[in-house]
Design a protein around this ligand. Sequence first.
Ligand code: CP
Length: 310
Amino acid sequence: MATVQQLSTKHVLGIKYLTAEDIHLIFDTAQTFKEVLNRPVKKVPSLRDVTIANLFFENSTRTRISFELAEKRLSADVVNFSASSSSVKKGETLLDTVNNILSMKVDMVVMRHPAPGAHHFLSQHIDANIINAGDGTHEHPTQALLDAFSMQEAIGDLTGKKVAIFGDILHSRVALSNIFCLQRLGAKVRVCGPPTLIPKYINQLGVEVSYSVLDTLRWCDVANILRIQLERQDIKYIPSLREYSKYFGINKDLLDQLDKRIVVMHPGPINRGVEITSDVADSEHSIILQQVENGVAVRMAVLYLLAATR
Ligand code: CP
Protein backbone atom coordinates (compact mmCIF):
# COMPACT_ATOMS: atom_id res chain seq x y z
CA MET A 1 0.00 0.00 0.00
CA ALA A 2 2.34 2.76 -1.19
CA THR A 3 -0.05 5.67 -1.88
CA VAL A 4 -2.99 5.83 0.46
CA GLN A 5 -6.31 6.98 -0.96
CA GLN A 6 -7.96 9.34 1.49
CA LEU A 7 -11.24 9.29 3.35
CA SER A 8 -13.34 12.46 3.08
CA THR A 9 -13.18 12.91 6.87
CA LYS A 10 -10.54 12.82 9.63
CA HIS A 11 -12.96 11.21 12.13
CA VAL A 12 -15.41 8.32 11.96
CA LEU A 13 -18.19 9.76 14.13
CA GLY A 14 -21.05 8.02 12.33
CA ILE A 15 -21.98 6.44 9.01
CA LYS A 16 -24.05 9.52 8.21
CA TYR A 17 -20.80 11.47 7.78
CA LEU A 18 -19.27 8.92 5.35
CA THR A 19 -19.81 8.88 1.59
CA ALA A 20 -20.40 5.72 -0.48
CA GLU A 21 -16.85 6.23 -1.83
CA ASP A 22 -15.49 6.27 1.75
CA ILE A 23 -17.28 3.00 2.50
CA HIS A 24 -15.99 1.30 -0.67
CA LEU A 25 -12.45 2.51 0.11
CA ILE A 26 -12.74 1.04 3.64
CA PHE A 27 -13.97 -2.28 2.19
CA ASP A 28 -11.18 -2.49 -0.41
CA THR A 29 -8.59 -1.74 2.29
CA ALA A 30 -10.22 -4.24 4.69
CA GLN A 31 -10.02 -6.93 2.00
CA THR A 32 -6.25 -6.39 1.77
CA PHE A 33 -5.91 -6.54 5.57
CA LYS A 34 -8.05 -9.69 5.69
CA GLU A 35 -5.50 -11.36 3.43
CA VAL A 36 -2.72 -10.16 5.78
CA LEU A 37 -4.60 -11.63 8.76
CA ASN A 38 -4.67 -15.04 7.08
CA ARG A 39 -0.87 -15.11 6.66
CA PRO A 40 1.43 -16.79 9.22
CA VAL A 41 2.84 -13.31 10.07
CA LYS A 42 -0.26 -11.20 10.78
CA LYS A 43 1.46 -7.96 11.70
CA VAL A 44 2.32 -5.00 9.43
CA PRO A 45 4.29 -1.87 10.35
CA SER A 46 1.71 0.61 8.95
CA LEU A 47 0.99 2.47 12.23
CA ARG A 48 4.42 2.24 13.85
CA ASP A 49 4.92 5.41 15.97
CA VAL A 50 1.16 6.06 16.10
CA THR A 51 -0.34 5.99 19.61
CA ILE A 52 -3.99 5.07 20.05
CA ALA A 53 -6.13 5.36 23.21
CA ASN A 54 -9.14 3.07 23.60
CA LEU A 55 -11.55 4.85 25.94
CA PHE A 56 -14.48 2.69 27.03
CA PHE A 57 -17.08 4.40 29.20
CA GLU A 58 -19.50 1.47 28.58
CA ASN A 59 -19.07 -2.31 28.64
CA SER A 60 -17.80 -4.11 25.55
CA THR A 61 -16.35 -7.48 24.59
CA ARG A 62 -16.19 -7.65 20.77
CA THR A 63 -15.58 -4.01 19.86
CA ARG A 64 -12.91 -3.43 22.46
CA ILE A 65 -10.92 -6.59 21.73
CA SER A 66 -11.36 -6.13 17.99
CA PHE A 67 -10.00 -2.55 18.04
CA GLU A 68 -7.09 -3.51 20.27
CA LEU A 69 -6.17 -6.44 18.02
CA ALA A 70 -6.51 -4.26 14.90
CA GLU A 71 -4.22 -1.62 16.43
CA LYS A 72 -1.61 -4.19 17.47
CA ARG A 73 -1.70 -5.91 14.07
CA LEU A 74 -0.87 -2.46 12.59
CA SER A 75 2.04 -2.05 15.08
CA ALA A 76 0.49 0.96 16.85
CA ASP A 77 1.22 1.74 20.51
CA VAL A 78 -1.99 1.12 22.46
CA VAL A 79 -3.33 2.41 25.79
CA ASN A 80 -6.59 1.16 27.26
CA PHE A 81 -8.87 3.14 29.54
CA SER A 82 -11.92 1.85 31.36
CA ALA A 83 -14.22 4.40 33.02
CA SER A 84 -15.09 2.03 35.85
CA SER A 85 -11.48 2.05 37.15
CA SER A 86 -10.63 5.70 36.34
CA SER A 87 -10.85 9.17 37.87
CA VAL A 88 -14.17 9.66 36.03
CA LYS A 89 -15.53 8.06 39.21
CA LYS A 90 -14.11 11.07 41.12
CA GLY A 91 -16.05 13.56 38.98
CA GLU A 92 -13.62 14.35 36.14
CA THR A 93 -15.35 15.61 32.97
CA LEU A 94 -15.09 13.86 29.59
CA LEU A 95 -13.11 16.76 28.10
CA ASP A 96 -10.67 16.90 31.04
CA THR A 97 -10.18 13.12 30.91
CA VAL A 98 -9.48 13.12 27.18
CA ASN A 99 -7.24 16.21 27.31
CA ASN A 100 -5.16 14.62 30.05
CA ILE A 101 -4.74 11.48 27.95
CA LEU A 102 -3.93 13.50 24.82
CA SER A 103 -1.25 15.51 26.65
CA MET A 104 0.65 12.21 26.77
CA LYS A 105 0.94 12.52 22.95
CA VAL A 106 -1.92 10.30 21.79
CA ASP A 107 -2.73 10.49 18.06
CA MET A 108 -6.05 8.67 17.80
CA VAL A 109 -8.95 8.05 20.16
CA VAL A 110 -11.36 5.11 19.92
CA MET A 111 -14.25 5.80 22.28
CA ARG A 112 -17.46 4.15 23.46
CA HIS A 113 -19.67 6.47 25.51
CA PRO A 114 -23.28 6.30 26.72
CA ALA A 115 -24.08 9.87 25.61
CA PRO A 116 -25.23 10.28 21.99
CA GLY A 117 -23.08 12.98 20.38
CA ALA A 118 -20.17 12.68 22.86
CA HIS A 119 -17.75 12.04 19.96
CA HIS A 120 -19.05 14.98 17.98
CA PHE A 121 -18.50 17.21 21.02
CA LEU A 122 -14.93 15.93 21.44
CA SER A 123 -14.14 16.40 17.75
CA GLN A 124 -14.77 20.13 18.19
CA HIS A 125 -12.25 20.39 21.03
CA ILE A 126 -9.34 18.05 20.29
CA ASP A 127 -6.93 17.46 17.43
CA ALA A 128 -6.69 13.63 17.50
CA ASN A 129 -8.62 11.42 15.06
CA ILE A 130 -11.75 10.13 16.79
CA ILE A 131 -13.50 6.84 16.06
CA ASN A 132 -16.94 6.20 17.49
CA ALA A 133 -17.10 2.71 19.02
CA GLY A 134 -20.75 3.32 20.02
CA ASP A 135 -22.47 6.42 21.43
CA GLY A 136 -25.58 5.53 23.41
CA THR A 137 -28.56 4.80 21.17
CA HIS A 138 -27.10 6.86 18.30
CA GLU A 139 -24.46 5.19 16.06
CA HIS A 140 -21.99 2.29 16.03
CA PRO A 141 -20.32 2.93 12.65
CA THR A 142 -17.64 0.24 12.63
CA GLN A 143 -20.28 -2.41 13.50
CA ALA A 144 -22.32 -1.34 10.47
CA LEU A 145 -19.20 -1.38 8.28
CA LEU A 146 -18.25 -4.90 9.35
CA ASP A 147 -21.88 -6.01 8.96
CA ALA A 148 -22.12 -4.67 5.40
CA PHE A 149 -18.65 -6.03 4.52
CA SER A 150 -19.74 -9.48 5.79
CA MET A 151 -23.06 -9.29 3.88
CA GLN A 152 -21.18 -8.40 0.68
CA GLU A 153 -18.83 -11.34 1.24
CA ALA A 154 -21.86 -13.66 1.66
CA ILE A 155 -24.18 -12.45 -1.15
CA GLY A 156 -22.11 -10.08 -3.33
CA ASP A 157 -22.89 -6.47 -4.33
CA LEU A 158 -25.62 -5.13 -2.03
CA THR A 159 -27.31 -2.97 -4.68
CA GLY A 160 -30.99 -3.95 -4.69
CA LYS A 161 -30.50 -6.64 -2.01
CA LYS A 162 -33.10 -6.84 0.77
CA VAL A 163 -31.89 -6.58 4.36
CA ALA A 164 -34.24 -6.94 7.32
CA ILE A 165 -33.29 -5.70 10.78
CA PHE A 166 -35.26 -7.45 13.54
CA GLY A 167 -35.83 -6.50 17.15
CA ASP A 168 -35.26 -3.51 19.37
CA ILE A 169 -34.82 -0.82 16.72
CA LEU A 170 -35.73 1.98 19.14
CA HIS A 171 -32.67 1.57 21.38
CA SER A 172 -30.20 0.25 18.80
CA ARG A 173 -27.21 2.22 17.52
CA VAL A 174 -26.44 -0.82 15.34
CA ALA A 175 -29.81 -0.44 13.60
CA LEU A 176 -29.33 3.23 12.81
CA SER A 177 -25.76 2.81 11.52
CA ASN A 178 -26.82 -0.25 9.48
CA ILE A 179 -29.70 1.68 7.90
CA PHE A 180 -27.39 4.55 6.85
CA CYS A 181 -24.66 2.20 5.59
CA LEU A 182 -26.97 -0.16 3.65
CA GLN A 183 -28.78 2.74 2.00
CA ARG A 184 -25.43 4.25 0.92
CA LEU A 185 -24.66 0.89 -0.71
CA GLY A 186 -28.01 0.71 -2.52
CA ALA A 187 -29.68 -2.03 -0.43
CA LYS A 188 -33.38 -2.04 0.51
CA VAL A 189 -33.96 -2.03 4.26
CA ARG A 190 -36.94 -3.19 6.29
CA VAL A 191 -37.24 -3.13 10.08
CA CYS A 192 -39.40 -5.62 11.98
CA GLY A 193 -40.28 -5.70 15.67
CA PRO A 194 -43.02 -4.91 18.17
CA PRO A 195 -44.60 -1.47 17.51
CA THR A 196 -43.32 -0.21 20.89
CA LEU A 197 -39.71 -0.91 19.81
CA ILE A 198 -39.95 0.81 16.40
CA PRO A 199 -39.13 4.55 16.66
CA LYS A 200 -41.80 7.06 15.60
CA TYR A 201 -39.34 8.80 13.22
CA ILE A 202 -38.63 5.56 11.28
CA ASN A 203 -40.56 6.60 8.15
CA GLN A 204 -38.26 9.63 7.75
CA LEU A 205 -35.34 7.19 7.28
CA GLY A 206 -36.79 5.71 4.09
CA VAL A 207 -37.08 2.14 5.38
CA GLU A 208 -40.04 -0.26 5.26
CA VAL A 209 -41.70 -1.30 8.51
CA SER A 210 -43.33 -4.67 9.22
CA TYR A 211 -44.71 -6.29 12.36
CA SER A 212 -44.75 -9.78 10.79
CA VAL A 213 -41.61 -11.85 11.29
CA LEU A 214 -42.54 -14.58 8.80
CA ASP A 215 -43.54 -12.10 6.08
CA THR A 216 -40.25 -10.22 6.59
CA LEU A 217 -38.17 -13.41 6.53
CA ARG A 218 -39.88 -14.32 3.22
CA TRP A 219 -39.02 -10.83 1.88
CA CYS A 220 -35.35 -10.57 2.85
CA ASP A 221 -32.00 -11.89 1.61
CA VAL A 222 -30.33 -11.11 4.95
CA ALA A 223 -31.80 -11.10 8.47
CA ASN A 224 -29.81 -9.00 10.96
CA ILE A 225 -31.20 -9.86 14.40
CA LEU A 226 -30.77 -7.48 17.34
CA ARG A 227 -30.86 -7.98 21.08
CA ILE A 228 -33.50 -6.43 23.35
CA GLN A 229 -31.52 -3.68 25.12
CA LEU A 230 -33.03 -4.00 28.58
CA GLU A 231 -30.27 -1.81 30.05
CA ARG A 232 -31.56 1.16 28.02
CA GLN A 233 -35.25 0.63 28.80
CA ASP A 234 -36.57 2.81 31.60
CA ILE A 235 -40.13 1.55 31.10
CA LYS A 236 -41.57 -1.79 29.96
CA TYR A 237 -41.85 -1.93 26.14
CA ILE A 238 -42.84 -5.61 26.00
CA PRO A 239 -44.93 -7.71 28.40
CA SER A 240 -42.16 -10.31 28.93
CA LEU A 241 -39.09 -11.78 27.22
CA ARG A 242 -41.02 -15.06 26.89
CA GLU A 243 -43.77 -13.33 24.92
CA TYR A 244 -41.19 -11.43 22.83
CA SER A 245 -39.47 -14.68 21.97
CA LYS A 246 -42.77 -16.31 20.98
CA TYR A 247 -43.86 -13.54 18.60
CA PHE A 248 -40.58 -11.94 17.45
CA GLY A 249 -37.83 -14.50 18.10
CA ILE A 250 -36.19 -16.14 15.07
CA ASN A 251 -36.23 -19.95 15.28
CA LYS A 252 -35.60 -22.89 12.95
CA ASP A 253 -39.33 -23.57 12.39
CA LEU A 254 -39.59 -20.11 10.80
CA LEU A 255 -36.54 -20.63 8.57
CA ASP A 256 -37.89 -24.05 7.52
CA GLN A 257 -41.03 -22.33 6.17
CA LEU A 258 -38.98 -20.31 3.64
CA ASP A 259 -38.51 -21.48 0.08
CA LYS A 260 -35.02 -19.93 -0.09
CA ARG A 261 -31.86 -19.73 1.94
CA ILE A 262 -31.24 -16.46 3.78
CA VAL A 263 -28.19 -15.18 5.63
CA VAL A 264 -28.56 -14.76 9.42
CA MET A 265 -26.52 -12.16 11.30
CA HIS A 266 -26.31 -10.80 14.83
CA PRO A 267 -23.93 -8.11 16.13
CA GLY A 268 -23.73 -9.76 19.58
CA PRO A 269 -23.98 -10.16 22.44
CA ILE A 270 -26.62 -12.84 21.74
CA ASN A 271 -29.40 -13.65 24.17
CA ARG A 272 -29.95 -17.26 23.11
CA GLY A 273 -33.58 -18.30 23.33
CA VAL A 274 -34.84 -14.69 23.33
CA GLU A 275 -34.28 -13.01 19.92
CA ILE A 276 -32.62 -16.06 18.32
CA THR A 277 -32.56 -19.78 19.12
CA SER A 278 -29.30 -21.73 19.22
CA ASP A 279 -30.33 -23.90 16.26
CA VAL A 280 -30.41 -20.69 14.15
CA ALA A 281 -27.39 -18.91 15.69
CA ASP A 282 -25.21 -21.99 15.17
CA SER A 283 -26.75 -23.08 11.83
CA GLU A 284 -25.29 -22.98 8.32
CA HIS A 285 -27.41 -19.85 7.74
CA SER A 286 -25.43 -17.93 10.37
CA ILE A 287 -22.37 -15.78 9.63
CA ILE A 288 -22.16 -14.42 13.19
CA LEU A 289 -18.55 -15.49 13.79
CA GLN A 290 -17.48 -14.33 10.31
CA GLN A 291 -18.80 -10.88 11.34
CA VAL A 292 -16.49 -10.93 14.37
CA GLU A 293 -13.54 -12.11 12.25
CA ASN A 294 -14.17 -9.38 9.65
CA GLY A 295 -14.39 -6.77 12.41
CA VAL A 296 -10.62 -6.83 12.90
CA ALA A 297 -9.85 -6.28 9.19
CA VAL A 298 -12.49 -3.54 8.87
CA ARG A 299 -11.19 -1.73 11.95
CA MET A 300 -7.61 -2.04 10.67
CA ALA A 301 -8.80 -0.37 7.47
CA VAL A 302 -10.53 2.47 9.34
CA LEU A 303 -7.48 3.12 11.55
CA TYR A 304 -5.06 2.95 8.62
CA LEU A 305 -7.09 5.30 6.43
CA LEU A 306 -7.69 7.81 9.24
CA ALA A 307 -3.99 7.84 10.12
CA ALA A 308 -3.30 8.84 6.52
CA THR A 309 -5.40 12.00 7.00
CA ARG A 310 -3.01 13.29 9.70
N1 CP B 1 -21.40 -5.72 18.85
C1 CP B 1 -20.88 -5.07 19.90
O1 CP B 1 -20.76 -3.83 19.92
O2 CP B 1 -20.49 -5.89 20.93
P1 CP B 1 -19.80 -5.39 22.28
O3 CP B 1 -20.80 -4.56 23.03
O4 CP B 1 -19.39 -6.64 23.01
O5 CP B 1 -18.61 -4.55 21.89
